[in-house]
Design a protein around this ligand. Structure first.
Ligand code: UD1
Length: 337
C-alpha cells in the first residue's frame, strides 16, 4: 500500500518513514526541505535498505498539491507532519504559521475528500492542553486557549479535520505528542535543529559537544520536587512506531469513530535536572549549566496518561529516558565528526 508522508524528511517524519518501510509499506515522501536536507534519504536507505520515493513539494502551492494527487491517485493513507514548529517564531510571524500549518492542511483534505475513502494521521501536540489541571493528562482533558500561534494551529488543525471527517470519507487519528527526543539507534537519522536549539535535548547534546558554553535551566522555583519543570520525554522511535500502528488501525477499519485522539507519551514525568543527570550518566560528561529566570509560556508540568494509547491503540513506549538520551548523544557525536 502506498502511503504519503508529508514532511517525511523531518525529525519525526524520517523516523516514521523507516518504521513504515520496515512494515512493508510503499512510501512516498514530500518535503519542501525548509528545515531538513536530502541527505536524510541516505540515512533512511542505510537503515531500511530502501530509499522512499521523494518529491520536493511546498504544500502551500495548491496547484502543485492538486497535480501531485492527480499523478498519485493510488495513495491509501497520509501521515501529515509537514508544518512549522518553532513557538517563538510563530509569535513574531503568525501569518507564516497560519499559512504553513493551516492552508496546507486544507489543500490536502480537499484532495482526500474526493477519494472513496482516505486515512489521515495528524501530528498534534500536548500543547493543546496548556497547563492541564490534573496529571497525568487524559485525552478528554479540556483544551486551553493556545499560548502561541503555533499552538493555535494545532488546535485549529484538529478542528478542521474533525469537521471535515464528519461529512466526508476521511477517517482520521489525531496524535498528541508529548516531548519527542532521541534518534534512531543506528545514528543514521536524528534531529537537525537549525541555529541555536530552542528545545532542551538538542541544546544539551550541543553543550556536551562544546558547541554551546552552558545550558540555561529556565527556573528552579516551580512547585515540583526539584523546582524545575516536568515533561514527558518520549523516544522518537517509539513515537514513529505509534504512527504505523495508528495508520494500520484506520486501514484495517478498526477505528470506532471517524476521528480518534491519542496521547503519545511514556506516562512518566521527568524534570529538567533529571534529563541533565540522564545525559551525564550516558555520556560520562559533566554538563555545564546555570539556573536562570523562568521562560515565558512554560507550563509547570505535562505528562501523559497513556491508558488509551496502550489499551485502545495497542501501543506502549518501550525506551527509557537514558536510552533516548544515549541515542541523542550518539547522533550528536556522529554529525559533528
Ligand atoms: C516546546 C514548545 C511546545 C512544542 C514543543 C515541540 C514552548 C513553550 N513549548 O515544548 O509548544 O510542542 O516544544 O517540541 O516552547 N528548557 C530549559 N533550557 C533550555 C530549553 C528548555 O530549561 O534551553 C526547559 C523548558 O523550560 C522545559 C523543558 O526544558 O521545562 C522542555 O523544553 P522544550 O524542549 O523547549 O519543550 P517544551 O517547552 O515542553
Amino acid at each position: 500500500m502506498k502511503i504519503l508522508v508529508t514532511g517525511g524528511l523531518g525529525f519525526i517524519g524520517s523516523h516514521t518513514v523507516v518504521e513504515l518501510q520496515n512494515e512493508g509499506f510503499e512510501v512516498i515522501v514530500v518535503d519542501d526541505l525548509s528545515n531538513t536536507s536530502l541527505n536524510v534519504l541516505d540515512g533512511i536507505q542505510n537503515i531500511t535498505g530502501k530509499v522512499p520515493a521523494f518529491e520536493k513539494l511546498d504544500l502551500r502551492d495548491k496547484d502543485k498539491v492538486q497535480d501531485f494527487f492527480k499523478r498519485h491517485h493510488d495513495i491509501s493513507g497520509v501521515i501529515h507532519f509537514a508544518a512549522s514548529k518553532a513557538v517563538g517564531e510563530s509569535v513574531g510571524n503568525p501569518l507564516l504559521y497560519y499559512e504553513n500549518n493551516i492552508n496546507t492542511l486544507v489543500y490536502l483534505l480537499q484532495e482526500l475528500q474526493q477519494k472513496p475513502e482516505a486515512s489521515f494521521i495528524f501530528s498534534s501536540s500536548c500543547t493543546v492542553y496548556g497547563q492541564a489541571e490534573k496529571m497525568p493528562i487524559t485525552e478528554d482533558a479540556s483544551i486551553q486557549t493556545a499560548m502561541s500561534p503555533y499552538g493555535n494551529t494545532k488546535q485549529i488543525g484538529e478542528e478542521i479535520i474533525t469537521d471535515t471527517a464528519k461529512v466526508t470519507n476521511i477517517n482520521a487519528i489525531l496524535l498528541r505528542y508529548f516531548n519527542p527526543i532521541g534518534s534512531h539507534p543506528s545514528a543514521e537519522i536524528g534531529e537537525l535543529p537549525i541555529g541555536v536549539p530552542q528545545n532542551l535535548v538538542p541544546f544539551i547534546t550541543q553543550t556536551g559537544m562544546g558547541l554551546r558554553n552552558e545550558l540555561s535551566v529556565y527556573g528552579d522555583d516551580y512547585p515540583t520536587l526539584d523546582g524545575t519543570c516536568i515533561r514527558d520525554y518520549i523516544h522518537v522511535v517509539d513515537l514513529a512506531k505509534a504512527h504505523v500502528i495508528a495508520l494500520q488501525r484506520l486501514l484495517n477499519k478498526k477505528n470506532t469513530a471517524k476521528v480518534e485522539t491519542f496521547n503519545l507519551g511514556t506516562g512518566t514525568g521527568s524534570s529538567v535536572l533529571e534529563v541533565i543527570y540522564a545525559f551525564e550518566k550516558v555520556s560520562g560528561k559533566k554538563l555545564p549549566y546555570k539556573i536562570v529566570a523562568r521562560r515565558e509560556g512554560d507550563v509547570v508540568e505535562a505528562y501523559a496518561n497513556t491508558d488509551k494509547a496502550n489499551n485502545v491503540l495497542g501501543w506502549k513506549a518501550q525506551s527509557t529516558l537514558e536510552e533516548a538520551m544515549a541515542s541523542a548523544w550518539k547522533w550528536e557525536q556522529k554529525i559533528r565528526k
